[in-house]
Design a protein around this ligand. Structure first.
Ligand SMILES: Nc1ncnc2c1ncn2[C@@H]1O[C@H](COP(=O)(O)OP(=O)(O)OP(=O)(O)O)[C@@H](O)[C@H]1O
Length: 952
């Protein structure tokens, strides 16, 4: 649909603020007719970029209207964002790791190539030539100079032949020749209907615009044809105009006009800052370059409220092309006559020329550049109230240059003529090159810019395809990074298995064996698993204990003098020691053979019990077992003083008949009645011996929970083993001796489960989640930092398309990561896998997607990579604590436990452990819940990310 509205951009009363208070743009009115070049000028920070971003629909005004081609940006009819607009942001916004050509092809992918358009290939060629970047076609954009990058950025804005070009500082850092060609091209194309809004720091450059708007402090001070505004304000250069408008603005805003002249200058500070001497110098040079026979010493006066021109011109006979004759030395704007080629041209305003010998000169020079100005374009709709200057409100009609002629400033003739007078040979070469670029263009089909609404946009599938291609190219450009990214989760799992999770080995334990000669004590010591406990022998208990105090060992074990005494009683009870001697450990055999005689005496079975260090029996089984317990072996024929009545075994505070302790005692009694032992009373069986020399005492460093647990576990384990072996060795009645407790084979997991079995599976899920989270948020934020995200959105990419492309791209990475992690965990480090691999991999994949959507949401919230990194790392640590990856959730306080259950990883980790360790499938709710919770979180993060993305 071609629109008939003659306005390209209409901004009415637009007010915008980045914050709640104040405003960055204040009641802006701006009208840009189609097929014109509009120069938006103003000091740094005045709001030019902000205004442009409102026009392209990236910022939402607080109030007021913006219409582009008659429609609000963002609507389907407007075609903006979309291929109807070419936006060149102030930042370079190029895709790193892309060549210049790839960059152009990428952005071209968002628009349909219609028959009206130059074929893409020749368009790329043309733009490369126009902007003098053909030599860098295959260079990566991040390896170009700033000026070259800027030209690439400009080419990107123009690649889809949009009817509206918005260029934010396109010529900064661009050399004058290329700048000239850019302006020439824009002027040329505006004749065909292209509308351009351009901001520039080169104020005089904006003299080539059809219309300029001067901005200051978020307001537009004046808008109109630059020549007309100069005339209106009695100044002869854009710079002077700018200064004067600013000065007038200050007079308006400060009743005391001297108040703003603190710097002793007639011009406001912000304007002076803007005009640094170096820049002015360049501007003047450029003017000289363009208008090499003009000098700007002329001036304009005002006469009786209507503009009248007193012209002082220096006639330089060699350079004269047009001579105006004034009416008696004073001309008014309306009566001024110009003679071009000897014929009168009414109302033709020229650029004013250099002064002659007096202020009432009758001749002025008009440069070629201005001889074709349409006088109508000088009638401007505007009201200026400063400095007693009042002008009529006339409708602004855009001036179009004569379509049959090129812009005189840049046409080949003019170029060559000016080159002949002032340019170096380099410049001539470049001009020739550029004119050949233009010739290319003129040879191609004449482009007429019309507005087509959204129908020039490619469909979403194609856009996702374009985005995926971009991701793919970028991904494979960084092979080392890619390899590291893919390997990272697997490496982390490996590192965990190598460094953490396993039980400590070779924990140092000091031993003092007081049994003399040692016999059963040796057997007991041999029962301690040397993989976990490393024994270090000391001669006295004090030395052993001191080794703990000095942190040489983690614990000390002291075996009493009468350790074997109980064994003697075994013998008396019928055990046949010599017959089984061969089964004793070697050392024990030696000791026994030299120091022990055959004994056939029956002895009572040893009674095992546990005391606390203070000698008190463990009494209440309902209480947690204290960390420090001393196992002992007591003689089974206690003296009367050793006998304990049941009441003595009950905690004073525990009068509950059904307490676990009473049950325990009954069980023990039952057990012992089945043995060959006939104690005088069953109540006497669990006793604390008087004879301390017969027990095993353990002293330990309780500062390391893991060591304490290992010491305790290994000592008990040794005790079980010792009793069992003793029964086997001594046979007879002794073989029936059993501890009143038995750990059966575990239903799930191993007998000596270490943390790897618990943490490993959770870790796999955890790592996959956070690996994809980091990749996603970094990819997203780096695109935002580079500006390519915004740029892609302006040419028509939607947040949803971007997110879909991200998901597709990262899914590829995720699959590789999962495969490597599975190989590392299950096949190299032997994680248990009792269930289905398919279910386990599906859970990892879903958790990866969940991490990805979490990353998207984080990056939608954060404005900088640093914040996202900090949040990502912070949340990783928080998830680590709260999801029970390293420590069971049951240890948390109640409130946190419930929060933990709702987290995206707690239940899924549990579910994953169920699959791996117990072999559960989806029929178990504990497994199914993990999947449902993950899917719910994916949906939540995704929706939130899209909403934040759109709102921002
Ligand atoms: N994202 C932002 N958040 C808050 N304030 C901002 C943001 N971007 C710009 N501003 C403020 O808005 C004002 C106008 O900025 P803008 O970038 O539009 O100026 P400009 O005229 O384009 O300047 P320059 O010519 O230096 O690019 C400035 O005061 C700036 O500090």
């Amino acid at each position: 649909m071609a629109l008939t509205n003659s306005s390209a951009v209409d901004v009415e009363n637009l007010t915008f603020s980045y914050t709640r208070h104040g405003s960055n743009l204040e009641s802006i009115n701006m009208h840009v007719p189609r097929g014109t070049i509009y120069g938006l000028l103003g000091p740094s920070g005045c709001g030019k970029t902000t205004l442009l971003r409102c026009i392209v629909g990236r910022l939402k005004p607080r109030c007021g209207n913006v219409n582009v081609f008659g429609y609000r940006p963002g609507t389907k009819e407007c075609g903006i964002p979309g291929p109807n607009i070419g936006y060149m942001p102030q930042e370079l916004s190029l895709i790193t790791q892309f060549t210049v050509r790839e960059t152009l092809e990428y952005y071209a992918g968002f628009a349909k190539q219609t028959s009206h358009m130059q074929p893409l290939e020749s368009r790329i060629e043309f733009l490369l030539k126009l902007l003098d970047i053909s030599d860098f076609e295959h260079c990566y954009t991040d390896r170009l100079s700033g000026g070259q990058q800027r030209r690439v950025s400009l080419a990107v804005a123009m690649i889809n032949e949009p009817p509206l070009l918005i260029l934010d500082e396109p010529t900064v850092g661009v050399d004058p020749i290329v700048r000239e060609s850019i302006w020439s091209y824009l002027v040329d194309q505006s004749k065909n209907g292209l509308t351009v809004i351009v901001t520039t720091h080169y104020i005089e450059e904006a003299g080539s615009a059809d219309k300029v708007g001067f901005m200051r402090q978020g307001r537009i001070l004046a808008e109109g044809n630059p020549n007309y505004l100069m005339l209106q304000n009695n100044v002869v250069s854009m710079e002077r105009l700018f200064l004067k408008l600013s000065q007038q603005d200050d007079f308006h805003h400060h009743s005391n006009s001297t108040s703003q002249l603190e710097n002793g200058s007639p011009y406001p500070k912000d304007i002076l800052l803007q005009l640094d001497p170096q820049k002015n110098h360049k501007i003047l040079n450029m003017n000289n370059h363009h208008n090499n026979h003009l000098h700007h010493n002329n001036y304009v006066t005002e006469n009786g409220g209507s503009p009248a021109v007193a012209i002082a011109a220096t006639i330089e006979p060699t350079n004269q092309s047009v001579i105006f004759t004034s009416n008696g030395g004073t001309m008014t704007g309306s009566t001024m006559m110009a003679y071009v080629g000897g014929k009168p041209k009414p109302n033709l305003l020229s650029h004013l020329a250099t002064p002659t010998t007096n202020n009432t000169a009758k001749h002025i020079i008009v440069h070629e550049q201005y001889k074709q100005l349409d006088p109508d374009s000088l009638i401007e709709s505007n009201t200026m109230t400063g400095n007693n200057c009042k002008l009529n409100n006339n409708d602004y009609n855009n001036h179009h240059m004569d379509a049959s002629s090129d812009s005189p400033l840049f046409n080949n003739n003019s170029s060559s003529s000016s080159s002949s007078s002032s340019s170096s040979s380099t410049r001539s070469k470049k001009s020739a090159h550029l004119s050949s670029g233009r010739n290319n263009n003129s040879n191609s089909k004449v482009r007429t810019y019309s507005v087509h609404g959204q129908n020039r946009s490619v469909n979403s599938i194609q856009k996702v395809g374009v985005l995926c291609r971009k991701h793919r190219i970028r991904l494979f450009r960084r092979v080392p990074e890619l390899v590291i990214t893919m390997l990272l989760p697997a490496l982390e799992v490996a590192l965990f298995c190598l460094c953490m999770g396993r039980d400590p080995t070779s924990v140092q334990m000091a031993v003092c064996n007081q049994e003399d000669p040692p016999f059963l004590s040796l057997m007991f010591l041999k029962s301690i698993d040397s993989d976990f406990i490393s024994l270090k022998y000391y001669r006295t208990p004090e030395e052993a204990i001191d080794s703990v105090r000095n942190a040489d060992t983690y614990s000390a074990i002291v075996l009493g003098k009468n350790f074997s005494h109980v064994l003697n009683r075994f013998g008396r009870m019928g055990g046949v020691i010599p017959a089984n001697l061969g089964r004793l450990p070697l050392l024990a055999q030696q000791q026994f053979s030299t120091q022990t005689t055959t004994t056939t005496t029956s002895i009572a079975p040893p009674i095992l019990g546990y005391t606390q260090p203070n000698g008190k029996m463990i009494t209440n089984t309902n209480e947690p077992v204290p960390p420090l317990m001393t196992p002992y072996i007591a003689p089974s024929q206690p003296t009367q003083s050793m006998l304990k009545t049941p009441s003595m075994l009950v905690d004073d505070n525990d009068d509950n008949e059904n307490s676990g302790l009473r049950r325990l005692k009954r069980n023990i009694s039952d057990l012992l009645t089945t043995t060959a032992v006939t104690p005088s009373t069953t109540d006497s069986i669990i006793t604390a011996p008087d004879d301390d020399d017969s027990i095993i005492r353990i002293y330990y460093d309780g500062s390391n929970a893991l060591h304490v647990n290992i010491i305790r576990r290994e000592v008990f384990s040794a005790l079980f083993k010792f009793v069992e072996n003793a029964g086997k060795i001594f046979g007879g009645q002794m073989s029936s001796i059993k501890l009143p407790i038995k750990f059966e084979k575990p239903i799930y997991g191993g007998e000596k489960t270490d943390m790897v079995e618990f943490v490993g599976p959770g870790l796999m899920v955890f790592i996959v989640f956070f690996a994809t989270m980091s990749i996603t948020s970094m990819a997203f934020l780096s695109e935002r930092r580079e500006g390519t995200l915004e740029r892609s959105m302006i040419v028509g990419m939607t947040p949803t398309e971007f997110i879909i492309a991200q998901i597709i791209n990262i899914t590829f990475l995720l699959i590789v990561q999962i495969i490597l992690t599975v190989v590392m965990g299950f096949w190299i480090f032997d994680f248990p896998m009792k269930g289905s691999y398919v279910l386990a991999i599906a859970m990892m994949f879903l958790q990866g997607l969940c991490g990805m959507t979490f990353g998207l949401m984080l990056s939608a919230i954060c404005t900088s990579e640093m914040t996202a990194l900090a949040l990502g790392a912070g949340s990783q640590l928080m998830f680590c604590f709260i999801t029970g990856i390293f420590w069971p959730v049951e240890t948390m306080i109640a409130l946190l436990r419930y929060i933990s259950y709702a987290m995206p990883q707690t239940k899924p980790m549990e579910s994953f452990r169920h699959i791996l360790i117990r072999g559960f499938d989806l029929s178990k709710p504990a497994v199914l819940n993990g999947y449902l919770i993950t899917v719910a979180w994916i949906a939540f993060f995704l929706i939130l990310a899209i909403v934040i993305f759109r709102v921002r």
